[in-house]
Design a protein. Sequence first.
Length: 142
Amino acid sequence: MNREVLHIGVSDNGGTRVVRLTGELDSYTSYRLTSVADTWIPGAQRLVVNLDGLDYIDSSGLSALVGMWVKATETGADMSISCRNPRIHRVLEITGLVNLFNIETSSREARVLTGAAYNAPVTARTGEYAAERRSSARSRPD
């Protein structure tokens, strides 16, 4: 996988909106998540953010997630995070965000939470966004 890219997949299943993140959520890519959130949160009854595919998250990415939670709360939507990635889950623990978010850590919980939308195929009501960093952006050691 190209670590220079954040892929954001979105799907809607009758008021449950699922946002799947793959790649890196950091200062170079978090603005894209904020933009998608501004479009997808209004009108949602439930919002699920799937972090299973994230390789990396920094404070800007965490801030974008908190911003999504604030927007969801303001619009009356319930927001949950599906996170089976132990490294990303550990960051949420260290920062105390496990106390803010409803976090689902098993695939069964996530399927129950989101219904068919969790595994929804790409359709006309599903979109995908990608944010690429400029090649001159800073590099991070592995």
